[in-house]
Design a protein. Structure first.
Length: 346
């Protein structure tokens, strides 16, 4: 493995080395890294109320699944006493209203497929309605995202979830080179809309803060740092503590996959994190090391400073990569990282 150059940022003292890149700071200002626990506390009663409202508004259901099935057969026709009208209602829903409707429908379809009261027929009808409302080619970002979730739920319903081999072939045949800026925008949209990413980062950062309480130097070795969103929120949490000592020096080592692309991506993430740390006054440094050609992690590639506490961060969904059509060595790569991190004292 090769270790890349370090980006040193210090928010303390008169000998401050500061990276001030307005674009980088602005980049992080668009994210919402601090999680609101209220987002994760919706109770079952609220969910049921939303479902009842959604089903009455969108499907005109009065007699359970049978009525829903009838509605699905003629989705664009609304019948009232003495008249029949076709097409969309006169008053188009706003983007926010339509977005909420899509979320409710997706939640309903997911519960119908996996909840305690499963109903494949109900799921099928909801998905029919979703397909009328969404499009992957046009519409808002929310509509396009909902279209992909709809396709995934339809695959689960049909039992046509592709195997690893067929999924790999499908990905190869339909591979597109996405603009990195578009990828960032899509990931930001996902984080803003779904509690999944925020909740994972929140719980991991809480564990880190508890583990390093009172420490002066913290070194995090991150397997697959991606955009580094998690560390922006950790920095904010560190500098927001006013009842204790100043924030510790935070050092992050990104473990990058082999090849110039992985190295460039990690360094770009490090540059943005360094600029963000400087804007907060958070002492910070960044480094990287590469996996070997066989994607194994070698502890010798990581520089550890005496007196710092070492932590390892790894999204364990990588360990199940073989079921998603990724190379078989991915699980072994994660295992080598965990074993190597233990050697470093993490």
């Amino acid at each position: 493995m090769e270790e890349g150059g370090d980006l040193e940022i210090s928010g303390c003292g008169s000998t401050t080395t500061t990276t001030t890149v307005d674009d980088d700071i602005g980049y992080w200002n668009h994210w919402s890294p601090v999680a609101d626990l209220g987002t994760f506390c919706a109770n079952d009663h609220e969910f049921r109320s939303l479902m009842e409202s959604m089903m009455s508004d969108d499907m005109d259901c009065e007699d359970g699944v049978g009525a829903l099935t009838d509605a699905a057969c003629t989705p664009s026709v609304t019948t009232t006493t003495g008249s029949t009208s076709t097409g969309l209602p006169a008053d188009e829903p706003s983007h926010d209203e339509k977005g909420m409707r899509l979320v409710h429908l997706l939640m309903g379809a997911a519960e119908a497929l996996t909840g305690p009261h499963r109903s494949r027929e109900l799921a099928r009808v909801i998905l029919v309605r979703l397909k009328e409302l969404v499009s992957t080619a046009g519409g808002s970002n929310m509509e396009r995202l909902a279209a992909h979730f709809t396709d995934a739920l339809q695959g689960l319903l049909d039992g046509s979830h592709p195997t690893a081999g067929t999924r790999t072939a499908h990905r190869d045949n339909n591979h597109h080179h996405h603009n990195p800026a578009d990828v960032l925008t899509a990931f930001q949209l996902l984080q803003d809309m779904s509690p999944y990413v925020k909740f994972g980062h929140f719980t991991a950062n809480q564990a880190i803060l508890e583990a390093v309480s009172g420490e002066r130097r913290v070194h995090i070795i991150d397997y697959d740092i991606a955009e580094g969103v998690q560390w922006a929120s950790l920095m904010q949490a560190m500098v927001s503590r006013h009842d204790g000592p100043p924030p510790p020096h935070l050092r992050i080592t990104a473990v990058a996959r082999g090849g110039s692309g992985g190295s460039r991506g990690a360094l770009e993430t490090g540059r943005r994190l360094a600029a963000f740390a400087a804007s907060l006054g958070q002492p910070f440094s960044f480094g990287q090391c590469r996996l070997d050609a066989d994607e194994h992690f070698r502890p010798a590639g990581v520089r550890v400073v005496k007196g710092e506490v070492v932590l390892a961060n790894c999204a364990l969904h990588h360990a199940a990569a073989t079921s998603a059509g990724m190379p078989k060595q991915s699980a072994r790569s994660v295992l080598s990282f965990l074993l190597g991190a233990a050697e470093l004292g993490a």
